[in-house]
Design a protein around this ligand. Structure first.
Ligand code: BMA
Length: 320
């Protein structure tokens, strides 16, 4: 049942009427669920989604789906695109999850940051690729417990920058770390904290898709988690960070701007979850295609405007 309020909030992301756009039923090999996909637009205009595919063991791998318009006509790799490589990376024993893709101009390659699920918990792993067919793996770059990571597309003051979400005794907050070579990481700084008390993002926050560079700053779509008596609610909020000092938060919205409403978001393996891991930007430089996992079961698409999000952030800026 979907109950619509009489006075709806401003809609910043419109769901595509064809949602969910990708489901396990479309997979060319046995798959339990497909969700939480990284996204990019290739040089020829093709949209590529690197989808998290979960099998009946409960373990995940990644599989590429390509479409000319980013909406339908998906061509899905016939076999897994990136599987756990347990022989060389035992940290991937229980699967690899939630990829975020960043094109790094300097390298002429895509960087894929993903969660490697080890016996010691989930950590952040990195791989580079030119074509999403062969991958150069860097292994674990952030030890457990850590996830929700993405690289920035360019160096900041001479260093690569990785956003990630370590779990500490003081909570689940977003951090940024720096590296000269993508292997050695330091200069850690806290970027965004989970709020406290009754806020919608009080219990956990994490980066959702990679940051989007705008003239006003780095735009972050982040997930905020609220623990309720009925389980967790995963919703999406907005924050803006300084272009040269990305740990400096310029603005943070007071409310979530997108969250579970439709039946395919409310129900599934993990109900009440909207979890974007990738976006693409339209040819106008403003239209944002947000690909999100719905209820840890399928992949859905919502479309918005970057300008409208920046305007909303100005109006709804609140305590960080
Ligand atoms: C998070 C991640 C996501 C998942 C979400 C909801 O912690 O593990 O992969 O979609 O929980 O289950």
């Amino acid at each position: 049942m979907s109950v619509r309020p009489a006075h709806p909030y401003e809609v910043l992301l419109e769901r595509h009427p064809g949602n969910p756009i990708l489901t396990a039923a479309m997979w060319p090999y046995p798959a339990h669920t497909v969700f939480n996909a990284g996204a990019t637009r290739l040089a020829d205009g093709t949209t590529l989604l690197l989808c998290r595919v979960e099998d009946r063991r409960g373990h995940s791998h990644l599989c590429a789906a390509r479409s000319p318009n980013g909406i339908d006509g998906w061509v899905i790799d016939a076999t897994p695109t990136l599987r756990p490589d347990v022989e060389h990376f035992p940290e991937e024993l229980w699967g690899i999850e939630d990829p975020r893709i960043t094109y790094v101009d300097e390298l002429g390659k895509y960087a894929v940051a993903y969660t490697a699920y080890s016996k010691g918990g989930p950590g952040v792993a990195l791989a580079l690729t030119e074509d999403f067919r062969t991958f150069e793996r860097y292994g674990l770059v952030m030890q457990p417990d850590d996830k929700d990571a993405a690289l920035l597309p360019r160096r900041i003051d001479g260093s690569f920058a990785l956003i990630h979400r370590p779990m500490t005794d003081s909570g689940a907050h977003v951090w940024i770390s720096y590296s000269p070579d993508l292997r050695n990481w330091g200069g850690h700084k806290l970027m965004l904290q989970a709020r406290k008390g009754a806020w919608w993002d009080a219990n956990k926050v994490g980066l959702s898709p990679p940051l989007i560079e705008t003239e006003r700053g780095w735009l972050m779509l982040y997930h905020g988690v609220r623990h309720t008596a009925a389980g967790c609610l995963y919703r999406i909020g907005l924050a803006l960070f300084d272009l040269e000092y990305p740990d400096r938060c310029i603005a943070r919205g007071d409310s979530w701007m997108f969250g579970p409403e439709e039946p395919y978001e409310r129900g599934g393996d993990v109900g009440n979850v909207t979890f974007p891991c990738g976006t693409t930007v339209g040819a106008d430089g403003d239209t944002l295609y947000v690909y999100y996992g719905a209820a840890d079961t399928s992949i859905a698409l919502a479309i918005g405007s970057i300008r409208a999000m920046l305007r909303w952030l100005e109006e709804r800026n609140s305590e960080a």
